[in-house]
Design a protein around this ligand. Structure first.
Ligand code: AMP
Length: 537
């Protein structure tokens, strides 16, 4: 049994060299590499040549985060990005797990125009650890170890350190929409090969184009497509620290327009949010440059796909995970889309749908989605946890934890995480099926479904609904809830168990935007909801 996967074994390379030096000494040297909107209103624009000059220095958060990650890669240090604003306990847990030798931290984060203080949280999280903190002080206060002071003393021409192709590039903790976070390890060689392939083949980027990935840099999507892949391919990438709808939804459309973004990669959470704000916002913007939208991170309901394709640009749903490093299932541009179904295994990826005993299921049967590792961007191993890797990849198959079903033409639909599947009597219903059916009702913005234990029927279904009209009185709510249950039964066919609908102004989500159903379940059953500090709200 292997406890790691490999790519370009025995070779030498360096991701930062390929992302920067290669272009800085080519005709692309004066092309914009990176446009970063900081939360304090500053916009930084750097060409490939300038970016190389600065990379010898460690800088955090937004532009600083991008430079810090590249600088680590450059000297062969392994970076472990942790989303700024994550709770102190979660931060400490990750610092202990990685056994970090240095923490580069910002003392504040800008969100919705407000500065959120982080210094006390960082100090508490590192208390008693033998861990120096290199500060990016944004509030004027000076600390003993300051990034900008270090920056001024650095030599700009530090050469990149050649490393083994299988040398770890980074550790990234999984988003925590389910249980305890795992440190996923990706390497220089495989991660470069896998992410750049899909940048061209799936996201269809051409030379000279601008790509905007709205994901936070500290999420796998930010690592792969906010930073590395566009720079490796010599394109221009846009970063934005503040929320996309701050001060209003116009901010999102202005950013697309201002930088003439050609391809956007975002999440269903944001697409649902822009759909709620209405079509007048995109109608007012000049979106003529935008020709493709990628959606990743959660189930993309057909209504949301239709909205995005009509009001933004042709939308490509794509499925992947921190563990897979790059897209695995999607509908390439050359294939017709089936909204609500993500599409096919991409070149190099073999996907199977298995029953509980590990037998391959035919089309039309729901089961556990498994992948055959062997594609370049697949994780190398789990940090500090080779046994965990060996458990995740058994008999040459990696179990993704998701439930899926394929149709006769091979299109795969994702039905939700295995832990979230609702056992309603004899039926097994994916949360995505219920939520997708709910969102197809015009009164619904978004929905989260959970199963609640029931002594006779296994589980009964409870759906939390964010309504389009927030201030309904009690009577109107009762009528609406009844209508939605009828709508659900009409869309999904007979359900064996009762369905309860409740209205809520918002749903609990991770910092990467995923709905966290275990928190809703815990609220209902009194069970332990797990670490809440990893949540956005
Ligand atoms: P993360 O590793 O944090 O990126 O989370 C990966 C999980 O997000 C997957 O296992 C899926 O449950 C979910 N996910 C990602 N992309 C999609 C998609 N296109 N459709 C449905 N679920 C998705």
């Amino acid at each position: 049994m292997r406890d790691e996967a490999g790519w370009f074994s025995g070779g030498q390379t360096n991701a930062a060299y390929n992302a920067l030096d290669r272009h800085a000494h080519s005709p692309r040297r004066n092309q914009l590499a990176l446009i970063a909107h900081a939360g304090d209103g500053q916009v930084h624009r750097l060409t490939y040549r300038e970016l190389l000059d600065r990379v010898a220095v460690y800088l955090p958060s937004g532009l600083e985060a991008a430079l810090t990650l590249l600088a680590c890669a450059r000297i062969g240090a392994i970076h472990a990005a942790i989303p700024a604003g994550l709770g102190g306990l979660a931060l400490r847990e990750r610092l202990l797990d990685t056994q970090a030798r240095l923490l580069v931290a910002a003392d504040r984060l800008y969100q919705s125009g407000r500065a959120l203080p982080l210094a006390a949280l960082v100090e508490a999280a590192t208390e008693g650890l033998d861990l120096p903190v290199l500060w990016h002080s944004r509030g004027g206060e000076r600390r003993p170890l300051e990034l900008w002071e270090l920056l001024e003393r650095q030599r700009p021409d530090t050469p990149a350190e050649p490393v083994a192709a299988e040398h770890p590039l980074f550790i990234l903790y999984t988003s925590g929409s389910t249980g305890k976070p795992k440190g996923v390890v990706h390497t220089h060689g495989g991660f470069m090969a896998g992410t750049t392939y899909h940048l061209r083949a799936l996201y269809d980027l051409k030379d000279g184009e601008t790509f905007w990935t709205t994901a936070d840099l500290s999420w796998i999507v930010g690592h792969a497509y906010g930073l590395y892949a566009p720079l490796l391919e010599g394109l221009t990438t846009v970063l934005r620290e503040d929320k996309l709808d701050y001060p209003d939804p116009g901010a999102f459309y202005e950013t697309l327009e201002q930088h003439a973004v050609n391809v956007l990669l975002t999440s269903p959470t944001w697409l649902r949010s822009f759909r709620r704000h209405g079509p007048e916002w995109p109608a007012r913007a000049d979106l003529s440059s935008l020709r493709l939208v990628g959606s990743v991170g959660e189930y993309l309901a057909p209504e949301v796909w239709h909205w995005a394709t009509e009001h933004l640009a042709w939308t490509v749903d794509n499925w992947w995970q921190t563990e897979t490093g790059a897209p695995c299932l999607a509908t390439p541009l050359c294939q017709p889309a089936k909204p609500g179904k993500v599409g096919f295994p991409l070149p190099g990826v073999r996907a199977l749908i298995l029953d509980a005993e590990g037998r391959v299921l035919p089309p039309g049967h729901k089961g556990r989605l498994a992948l055959q590792p062997g594609f370049p961007s697949f994780m190398h191993t789990l940090w500090n946890n080779p046994a965990g890797y060996a458990r995740a990849v058994q008999d040459g198959l990696y179990l993704t934890g998701d439930i899926a079903v394929a149709d006769d033409e091979g299109y795969v639909a994702l039905l939700g995480r295995g832990d979230d599947v609702i056992k309603a009597g004899e039926q097994r219903i994916g949360t995505a099926e219920i939520e997708g059916a709910m969102v197809s009702h015009p009164a619904v913005v978004e929905a989260a479904a959970i199963g609640l234990p029931d002594p006779e029927r296994g589980e009964i279904i409870k759906v939390y609904v964010v309504p389009r009209t927030p201030d309904m009185d009690g009577e109107v709510q009762a009528v609406m809830a009844q209508k939605l249950v009828t709508h659900l039964r009409r869309r999904l066919g007979p359900l064996e168990v009762p369905v309860e609908v409740v209205f809520t102004p918002q749903l609990p989500r991770t910092k990467s935007g995923k709905i966290v159903r275990r928190v809703l379940r815990a609220r209902e059953t009194g069970a332990d909801p797990g670490d809440l500090s990893t949540l956005e709200n």
